[in-house]
Design a protein around this ligand. Structure first.
Ligand code: HEM
Ligand code: HEM
Length: 401
């Protein structure tokens, strides 16, 4: 008769350190730190993106640097994708730690273990939902940014608790052999008179090195393979870039076409006019009026929330010229309104810094040619340091919000 080993024999004793090597505390810390950096970058840049899209009444974001949103959202997706192999490596390092005996040592340990559920599940959700979003596949019934945003707070909260518990472990909760390892610290502590142990220590070191090299190599590979959607120098070598920012009409990608937005006939209507409404004062401009006004040329990036971006040359009328002609107060918050109806991002907000920035244009031309219909003909907004969904196409109206 085959005798099955008892749970006690298979599971790792909760109070014993894991053998040195790829599954020990030092490996968990090394990979944890890299993962922690990626999560921190993703969290901060994600919050910046959130503030752009859901401006707070008391915080007007600046309109500079010109490349601000391009860099922050590009970094967000780069850090998020880099977090995927690091998360897998971290889970591989620590999965044995999840099977300890007894499963709970005391109340604090129970809380610590419970908080791993939102941490691990939240991270898996963030990277999966983020990745599916950038490849533009929405297999879920919920509004992606809202849930992705909420889960980001859950991840960061449970990560802070994770780090606090691990820090507490260093301060003596875990018995001597584990506490003596460099939990959240730098170098391993040399064991006294360890000359003879040098050979034995070689194998775990090699294990750890292989783990680290594997994790770094796969992180570098996925980063190089995808970051070309926003880093021009990597454009040619990023074979897996989720989006080619240069593929589209006039050499620039389009997320929402005029047909998808249902604006073709309204945008092509020769009677089209732009309305500027400031309280009772309403001014209207025909296309010929706008073409006849002094034009400005600016190189500005189109930077999508999905992380892709590209710079182009835009020509048009500076918005500030219209605002001063119409006597719009300098501290007014504005709204740019599209011909498009019934889409969440059809209209976009402009705070005073954005509205009066000399580079915020009502663009008529892209790279020297009239705007393609899919790029917003007859008129689109383009300004520095703004997410692509706020570079409103097929403009119909600018109004005081
Ligand atoms: C989103 C990021 C992270 C996730 C999902 C994660 C997940 C885990 C899991 C599931 C465990 C095993 C449970 C346990 O031993 O209690 C663990 C252990 C550990 N983690 Fe993390 N972790 C993350 C970030 C970090 C960071 C940033 C650090 C520190 C730099 C870190 C340090 C540790 C340590 C020291 C251990 C214990 C290893 C041992 O006891 O030998 N973790 N982590
Ligand atoms: C690593 C953990 C991650 C955290 C903490 C995080 C956090 C955030 C936050 C707070 C936002 C702002 C949501 C809002 O506007 O309300 C955001 C947006 C976004 N994230 Fe992440 N994210 C993570 C991973 C990822 C990954 C892996 C990807 C893609 C590969 C990704 C892609 C996106 C995209 C495309 C948006 C813009 C959504 C939209 O407004 O349409 N994120 N993220």
């Amino acid at each position: 008769m085959i005798e099955l080993p008892s749970a006690r024999a298979v599971l790792h004793p909760v109070d014993e350190p894991f053998p040195p090597g790829a599954h020990d505390t030092r490996s968990a810390v090394t990979i944890g730190r890299l993962l922690g950096i990626a999560v921190a970058v993703a969290f901060v840049t994600g919050m910046i993106s959130h503030l752009h899209q859901h401006p707070l009444g008391w915080l007007d974001l600046p309109s500079r640097p010109v490349w601000g949103y391009r860099v922050t959202q590009g970094l967000h997706v780069i850090a998020g994708i880099a977090a995927i192999p690091l998360l897998l490596a971290k889970l591989w390092v620590v999965y044995r730690h999840l099977f300890v005996w007894p499963p709970v040592r005391d109340a604090a340990h129970a809380v610590e273990r419970l908080l791993l559920v939102p941490l691990v599940a939240g991270m898996l959700f963030e990277v999966t939902s983020g990745l599916l979003n950038v490849v533009r596949w929405y297999p879920w019934p919920f509004f992606f940014p809202r849930v992705h945003y909420g889960v980001a707070w859950m991840v960061v909260g449970s990560l802070a608790a994770h780090l606090a518990f691990k820090w507490w472990a260093v301060c003596g909760r875990i018995p001597e052999p584990v506490a003596a390892q460099p939990v959240l610290g730098d170098e391993p502590l040399a064991s006294p008179g360890a000359a003879g142990a040098a050979g034995a220590a070689g194998a775990p070191d090699a294990d750890r090195r292989a783990l680290l090299i594997g994790a770094l190599a796969s992180t570098a590979a996925v980063t190089l393979a995808t970051a070309g959607q926003t880093v021009p120098a990597l454009h040619a070598i990023s074979a897996l870039k989720p989006r080619d920012p240069l593929a589209g009409p006039q050499g620039l990608a389009v997320n929402r076409t005029a047909s998808a937005a249902g604006v073709r006939s309204a945008a092509l209507d020769p009677g089209w006019q732009l309305t500027l409404a400031a309280g009772d004062r309403v001014t209207r401009f025909t296309l010929a009026d706008l073409v006849a006004m002094p034009q400005q040329v600016a190189r500005l990036p189109l930077a999508c929330v999905e992380g892709w971006s590209a710079e182009a040359e835009w020509t048009g009328v500076p918005l500030r010229a219209l605002l001063s002609a119409a006597g719009v107060p300098a501290d007014a918050h504005l709204r740019a309104v599209s011909l498009e109806r019934n889409w969440l991002y059809a209209n976009s907000p402009l705070n005073p810094a954005q509205a009066w920035d000399p580079l915020t244009l009502l663009a008529l031309r892209l790279d020297g040619e009239p705007l393609d219909l899919d790029h917003g003909y007859p008129l689109r907004l383009i300004g520095p340091n703004r997410p692509g969904v706020h570079q409103t196409k097929w403009l119909e109206r600018i109004e005081v919000a």
